[in-house]
Design a binder for this molecule. Structure first.
Ligand SMILES: Nc1ncnc2c1ncn2[C@@H]1O[C@H](COP(=O)(O)OP(=O)(O)OP(=O)(O)O)[C@@H](O)[C@H]1O
Length: 478
């Protein structure tokens, strides 16, 4: 796979180039937007990673050029400022995602893997040692090569997306795109345009036309992650697209024929959502033609150690550590832990342990499952969300400001270091405090913070994406 990197800062350009070369990507680097256009005319690229602010042609201008001349190439924008506005703009203009500097090499690699039809670098099958899990994989192999719509359910972090990718890999669509979209992590007002695409000028800020995820997945597979979070209005539109097998971009006149295999995941009981009137029954039946379900990790204990060993291998390689093993005390604690955050929590625990361990073994203490390494909630600060803090959280728009780089740090009890990571960390602590006050109940915590439950879920999903150990932290509250 060939990737074009566009970055005017030579040091960062080389660092990104090295990161991607280490992953066996074929990389060409351009030092400006102008240079990128020359390279685009010379080579066939599969993916573009571009800085936003550069002298001359900016990342946004380059994005417009790419959308016009090379609309099939996914483009990721990188910027120094944590602003949701800019993220929304960029994504409305057709960027597939948005990365804020400074970022970890793994964040970039994961985004590239998620947004390209390329299967993960590691072609390993999902770990399934427990008989229940083996049964799920056997069923998945049987239905993979049909066009059935599949609804994958399971608690958060059980491996639903892993199973969806497996279904795609085992299907005849394997060489075609696999496009995943998390319905909970995209602001409600952007979801329709993201799914179905839009034409230039169809709404404020739509400065260029962009294909939707359905179009991008044409010939391949689309994964509608956390489908239960889609609002009823959009559910009706989705149903129509699935029935008619065609899509019309927002503001567009052309009908685009679709040949897309649809997979959906949910961590809620969709049938309960139907009963509660929050999910359309007709859409439910259309999506759940073939249901598959991962059990929570605590109910498939035979998977725990093999999964831990797989994750250990994966992360050791990334951290350039060799021959690290789990000792007996670590295995015991892994087997007795309840894993409310499922495999994702296990993944986080292994990464944390690899950072903390010394020598050739990981011990029970390195795993920190009793909470000794969890994020410091600063209990003494006791954010009863009073005074200045309360003012910041009084209403949703004020809360949204926390996402921007412009918020005054003083208002949040300034620690003065960093911008984005510090701000996110602060926001995370505020959310955790609210969750602690309400014993982990998200709806109550959202009310307390003066935001909607959806915004809270969106923020938690974003934090997970940033690598924050959200599930362990929430689990520790309960
Ligand atoms: N069977 C498995 N084999 C190997 N890795 C797994 C397996 N299941 C899950 N993982 C790893 O666990 C993490 C969480 O998996 P995944 O994102 O698929 O969960 P999910 O159920 O889709 O989560 P969510 O509901 O929060 O979206 C990923 O890092 C994934 O690679």
């Amino acid at each position: 796979m060939k990737i074009l990197i566009v970055e005017d800062d030579a040091t960062l350009r080389e660092a990104v180039q090295d990161t991607l070369l280490l992953q066996d990507y074929n990389v060409i680097a351009a030092q400006s937007g102008e240079d990128a256009i020359v390279q685009l005319k010379r080579h066939e690229f599969d993916f573009i990673v571009s800085d936003v602010s550069m002298p001359g042609i900016s990342g946004h201008e380059l994005l417009n050029y790419v959308k016009e001349h090379f609309p099939h190439i996914p483009m990721l924008l990188v910027t120094a400022y944590a602003s949701v506005d800019k993220a929304v703009d960029a994504m409305q203009n057709g960027a597939i995602d948005y990365l804020v500097k400074p970022f970890e090499p793994n964040q970039l690699i994961e985004l590239i893997e998620t947004h390209t039809c390329k299967a993960p670098v590691n072609h390993d099958e999902p770990v399934a040692v427990d008989t229940g899990s083996q049964h799920v994989l056997a069923l998945a192999r049987k239905v993979a090569n049909t066009d059935s719509t599949i609804l994958i359910s399971g608690e958060s972090g059980t491996g639903k997306e892993v199973l969806a990718r497996y279904l795609h890999q085992y299907s005849s669509r394997e060489q075609m795109p696999f496009v995943a979209i998390n319905c909970a992590a995209i602001p409600e007002n952007m979801l329709e345009a993201t799914l179905f695409g839009h034409e230039k000028g169809s709404f404020t800020g739509a400065v260029a036309s962009a294909p939707g995820k359905f179009e991008q997945a044409n010939g391949g597979t689309i994964l509608l992650d956390e489908i239960s979070e889609m609002d009823l209005g959009l559910q009706a539109k989705l149903l129509r697209v699935l029935q008619e097998k065609e899509v019309e971009r927002i503001g567009g006149r052309n009908i685009i024929k679709l040949d897309v295999r649809v997979l959906a995941t949910t961590n809620r009981s969709l049938i309960d959502e139907v009963k509660a009137g929050r999910f359309r029954e007709d859409l439910y039946y259309r999506l759940s033609v073939f249901p598959l379900q991962w059990q929570p990790l605590r109910q498939r204990k035979a998977d725990i150690i093999p999964l831990a060993e797989r994750l250990l291998k994966k992360h050791s390689r990334k951290m350039q550590k060799q021959n690290i093993l789990l000792d007996e005390s670590a295995k015991q604690v892994l087997l007795s832990h309840a894993w409310p955050g499922n495999v994702r929590e296990l993944d986080n625990a292994i990464q944390r342990a690899l950072i903390l361990q010394s020598g050739s073994k990981i011990t029970q203490t390195d795993l920190g499952l009793s909470g000794e390494h969890l994020i410091d909630f600063e209990p003494n600060r006791n954010l009863a969300i009073a005074g200045a803090d309360k003012q910041c959280l009084d209403n949703e728009s004020a809360f949204e400001e926390i996402e921007t780089a412009n918020i005054s740090h003083e208002a949040l009890g300034n620690k003065s270091e960093g911008i984005h990571v510090d701000l996110k960390q602060k926001e995370f602590e505020i959310i955790l405090d609210a969750l602690r006050i309400h014993n982990g109940r998200k709806n109550k915590a959202a009310d307390h913070l003066g935001i909607s439950s959806r915004t809270l879920r969106y923020k938690l999903a974003k934090m997970r994406e940033m690598g924050m150990d959200v599930d362990s932290a929430i689990a520790a509250i309960r």
